[in-house]
Design a binder for this molecule. Structure first.
Ligand SMILES: C[S@@+](CC[C@H](N)C(=O)[O-])C[C@H]1O[C@@H](n2cnc3c(N)ncnc32)[C@H](O)[C@@H]1O
Length: 301
């Protein structure tokens, strides 16, 4: 099936649920249940990722799914660590550029260094809204991340971007007349329909004041059979995931200005990043094999 484009005529998904997909259900029954309530017996994206990062907030089902993924893509642990290193670098870059407000969508379970800690280290008082669809993530985020007046965690879904854009709680916490950093790391590839992913980003871009930034990472369709196998295993064992090309990602942020490397492979972003913890010769070589594209772009001021 050819990749969709971000043109208006492709945006035919039902506006009330960007994840709805009659032909190929986006979520198998177990994963759909996991979106609604705490289900330790069904692997979730957040907990598998937590396990890959060496965290303890996961269960046997998550570890089993993660192990299946490792079989087809041994670099997947490195990919998770690299993705977090990119997040840390991006938040530092935005903070250095003067951004004091962040909306982190699909934030995942708390890890060693989280968005608000990095932002507040650079500029005390920086405000952060964490959003995730997974109830366990939001519970943990409230307990461990939202521990100061400047940080909140909400259960919302990217599948309903209008709710996010118009949300009074978000609007009370962030001043949307000023620039924000919109973080969409390792989450847009969970929107399987191309048109839906395009439309979600198009709608979210409406909440960005001039000078705002979008940071994203996305599973990259690098044409390698290993990537397609990993996509198939992850989609079956956890939740649907869809690799896309860098050109496709470029269309998502069409009209925005590239920052630093703009849209580039993860290895390009982490080259020379001393704080990534991934500077060994082995890591540098392995990073080039990871199917992950990352972007930092800015709305014209
Ligand atoms: C692989 S984790 C990435 C975590 C973090 N953004 C990072 O890059 O380190 C993906 C996260 O996206 C969340 N997610 C998946 N679909 C979502 C949706 N429709 N709306 C909001 N969050 C979603 C999952 O629950 C999970 O916590």
């Amino acid at each position: 099936m050819p990749y969709g484009r971000c043109g208006d005529d492709d945006a035919t998904w039902p506006a009330e649920d960007a994840c709805a997909d009659e032909e190929t259900p986006l979520l198998h029954a177990g994963a759909a249940a996991a979106r609604e309530r705490f289900t330790p017996d069904v692997a979730t994206s957040a907990r598998v990722y937590n396990w890959l990062l060496g965290g303890k907030d996961n269960f046997a089902a998550d570890r089993a799914a993660g192990a299946r993924l490792l079989e087809v893509m041994p670099e997947v642990r490195l990919a998770a660590r690299a993705n977090r290193a990119f997040l840390r670098q991006a938040v530092r870059r935005l903070a250095a550029a003067g951004v004091r407000q962040f909306l982190d969508i699909g934030c995942g379970l708390p890890v060693a260094e989280n968005t608000h800690e990095i932002a507040q280290r650079a500029a005390p008082g920086s405000r952060v809204v964490y959003i995730d669809v997974d109830p366990m993530v939001v519970t943990h985020a409230r307990a461990l991340l939202a521990t100061d007046d400047h940080t909140i965690a909400l259960r919302r879904t990217l599948c309903d971007p209008w709710r996010i854009v118009t949300d009074p709680v978000i609007r009370a916490h962030l001043d949307l007349s000023r620039p924000i950093g919109l973080l969409l790391l390792a989450v847009l590839h969970h929107l399987r329909r191309d048109a839906a992913a395009c439309e979600v980003v198009r709608i979210l871009r409406r909440m960005l004041a001039p000078g705002s930034f979008v940071v994203l990472s996305h599973l990259l369709d690098d044409g390698q059979p290993q990537t397609w196998r990993a996509q198939a295993v992850y989609s079956e064992a956890v939740v649907p995931v869809r690799a896309r090309t860098a050109e496709w990602v470029a269309e998502l942020v069409d009209g925005m200005e590239p920052v630093a490397h703009g849209i580039a492979h993860i290895s390009v972003w982490l080259e020379g990043d001393e704080s990534s913890g991934l500077g060994s010769i082995y890591d540098r070589a392995a990073l080039k094999q990871i199917p992950l594209v990352c972007a930092i772009v800015r709305t014209p001021a």
